[in-house]
Design a protein around this ligand. Sequence first.
Ligand SMILES: Nc1ncnc2c1ncn2[C@@H]1O[C@H](COP(=O)(O)OP(=O)(O)O)[C@@H](O)[C@H]1O
Ligand SMILES: [Mg+2]
Length: 440
Amino acid sequence: MSLRYRVVIAVVLVLVLGAGAGLAMAGWQARHWLRGELTSAQAGGQLAVSRTFSDLGRSDAPINDLKTLVETFDGNRHIQAVLTGADGRQLAASAPEPATPPPRWFASLLREQIAPVRLASPRGGAVVELRPIYANDMAAVWPEFLDLAFVLLLSCLAGAALVWMVVGRALEPLSAVGHVLPRIGAGDYAARAPETGPPELEGLSRGVNEMAERLAVMRTRNRALEEQILTLQDEERADIARDLHDEMGPHLFAANVDLTMMAGHITGGRTEAALEQVGAVQAAIAHMQRLVRDILGRLRPPRLLELGLSAAVLDLVDFWRLRRPEVAFETRLPPDDYDAPDQVLETAYRLVQESLSNAVRHSAPTLIAVTLEPREESLWIEVRNDGAPGQAATPGFGLTGMIERVAQAGGTLQAGPADDGAWRVAASLPIALTKKGLAA
Ligand SMILES: Nc1ncnc2c1ncn2[C@@H]1O[C@H](COP(=O)(O)OP(=O)(O)O)[C@@H](O)[C@H]1O
Ligand SMILES: [Mg+2]
């Protein structure tokens, strides 16, 4: 059953109960009033009868006097007087005002048992009985009861209609939200719930809309990250291919030439010259070994887990020092003697890696400074370079990735142009750092 029906039914129930209680109360009061009317009428009648009784001593025809007394009760609304002789026969009865009695069920609800008053005459053995008449008073109460019931019925109906309207209007935004949520669930993040209605529902709609907006932003960011991963992979492959081609190629060729010459020297018996060639081949091989190590290092965070973050960062710096001899590199790296979760170490490493390659790609730096600093409950990372063009960045895949990683690690990040034409990336990653070996 819909919420609207439930609320209306509950309200109608309360109204009907209230109306019932009101009617019962009115009935109880009517009963009370009825008893009062009838007993006071009896008391009045009793007074008149006893007055006649006291005059009976002087009467010649007491029975006639009593009949006259009974006649005086004709037209009475509350009581009927009945005269009975000594032999038990009814001698006379008054004619009460005629009345249309109310429905029987109503009469039986209101009826109070009031005993008739019997008064024995001092002469002649006759008895005057004053019997209560219910019909007249009940007939007077009945239309009032009908009016009251009608008014209560009307107010119940009006109350139900009002609640039906108010609840319907109040719940309108809720059903709108009910339509919008499945659309958002199906990926339609442009769907919006109307922000109207009572404050609670307005807040609900606003929350749903904000959620949809945030989901849309997250989807865009996810797509950007996916693209970034693909682009990065492509870039890295191209880099590696170039290194293999440009650096390995010539050295392999040179080693080959050296070996051919060495073979000539050996067959010619020129040992000294052959040994010189051996040295050249060894130098070429050593160079290629370094190159292979570099490439491996870029494929995997090198030695991050084995040696620690500072050593790995130093490797990164060395990588660029070799390729940008004109740039001065400054490092402030702590000894790797603290414990931090792998996620934090990896985040810090990737941050430095991207910041270094951004520095050489987007600036003309003369100095790049890398700082790592374990603090009370966080790891502080800062990469700063001079020679930046000075305008604010439009985040590309690199910055987006950094923001994403740092957010995942629960840290804070600032990246952008700083004072004096420098560019600064600074992050704080939360972590309870402990000294290795001292940790519990
Ligand atoms: N060290 C830096 N010096 C100057 N500009 C930078 C530096 N790092 C980032 N930027 C600016 O921020 C932009 C976004 O960087 P990033 O998100 O890494 O994307 P990408 O490197 O792919 O361009 C860069 O295009 C550049 O304009
Ligand atoms: Mg970049």
